[in-house]
Design a protein around this ligand. Structure first.
Ligand SMILES: CC(C)(COP(=O)(O)OP(=O)(O)OC[C@H]1O[C@@H](n2cnc3c(N)ncnc32)[C@H](O)[C@@H]1OP(=O)(O)O)[C@@H](O)C(=O)NCCC(=O)NCCS
Length: 294
């Protein structure tokens, strides 16, 4: 189907046009996945823009990912919005929502464009820089109460990442963050990319099964970053996250971490409150946006 706006046509990309789409939107093409693509041409037949749609649902309720690029000469003429509209029509019947390819800085031009093109804020991701010792001391007071409460089951144990089964950790983290578990396992085993820090990353086991993980990587400036903190849904809002977070922070302090970065979903009130009480500095805010298909 071809859509004609005042100045542009929009249609599904032919296989021979995928290379051009890849050049406009390289971040949406992976070694093992090619997105669906829409292309747009000007009245004189020049490529004016493209949209790519990742045909793999993410989040709850499920959404497909979308990205749009308009060639600079054709910007501010309504083409970006028209490409988003066309993508929304394309996915109708498959999934109920579209979501930008990645979380966007709240104050970015891209977020402004999306908000004017039918997207609304689904949730926010808050980024913090915390003082490791201060955070550990605060968590330790909660931990003491937790230890006394008797809520922690006898079979609960926190181990360092290399002592946990990599496939189980990869499955847990992959499910939560919609990553490919095989790639995550390869990363954990040091076969692909940079693995998480083996000293500072910890895993929560319950009766020998992986039920939580806190993966930490070291950023280019040497500051540890919590790249993911996950607990299985049935153990959320209880002892598990506190135990994992305290052990993770304690392990970091023992290995010399002074500061560390972490982020949390603004709907996870416990972590937002912990960050606030520990005096962590809020460094950035990302927005996850959604718009209805159709
Ligand atoms: C962002 C981008 C797609 C916008 O394309 P475009 O064709 O210029 O956008 P449109 O003309 O359809 O604009 C739609 C609305 O967004 C607004 N908008 C567009 N670009 C904007 C920007 N940089 N900052 C703030 N608002 C912007 C427009 O003013 C318009 O709003 P209005 O009609 O209510 O006034 C284009 O600048 C681009 O390709 N940028 C680089 C890649 C990128 O950031 N892609 C977005 C990833 S999803």
């Amino acid at each position: 189907m071809t859509t004609q706006t005042l100045n542009f046509s929009i249609r599904g990309a032919e296989p021979s046009e995928m290379r051009a789409c890849r050049m406009l939107l390289p971040e949406t093409f992976g070694p093992s996945n090619a997105p669906e693509a829409l292309v747009s041409f000007s009245r004189c037949g020049e490529l004016a823009g493209a949209a790519t749609i990742g045909w793999q649902a993410v989040g709850d309720p499920a959404a497909f990912l979308v990205a749009v690029h308009v060639v600079p000469a054709y910007r501010k003429q309504g083409l970006g919005r028209a490409l988003v509209d066309a993508a929304a029509v394309l996915v109708k019947g498959e999934v109920s929502f579209l979501q930008p390819w990645k979380a966007l800085r709240e104050d970015s031009e891209t977020a402004a464009f999306c908000l004017r093109s039918g997207f609304t804020v689904h949730h926010r991701i808050l980024h913090f820089l915390g003082e490791a010792e201060k955070m550990e001391a605060m968590l330790a007071t909660y931990r003491e109460k937790l230890d006394r409460s008797g809520y922690i089951p006898d079979g609960a144990r926190v181990v360092k990442l290399p002592d946990a089964p990599a496939a189980e950790v990869a499955n847990l983290v992959g499910r939560e963050f919609h990553n490919n578990p095989e790639r995550m396992q390869a990363r954990l085993e040091g076969r692909v990319g940079k693995p998480p820090d083996p000293q500072r990353s910890v895993v929560l086991l319950l009766d020998g099964l992986v039920v939580g993980a806190q993966l930490v990587s070291i950023a280019a400036d040497g500051i540890p970053e919590v790249e993911g903190n996950v607990v299985i849904p049935s153990l959320r809002r209880g002892w598990a996250n506190l135990l994992l977070t305290h052990e993770g922070t304690r392990t970091g302090v023992l290995h010399g971490s002074r500061q560390f970065r972490f982020f949390c979903d603004d709907r996870v009130i416990d972590t937002v409150n912990l960050a606030r009480r520990s005096g962590a500095e809020r460094t950035a805010t990302d927005v996850v946006l959604r718009r209805a298909a159709g």
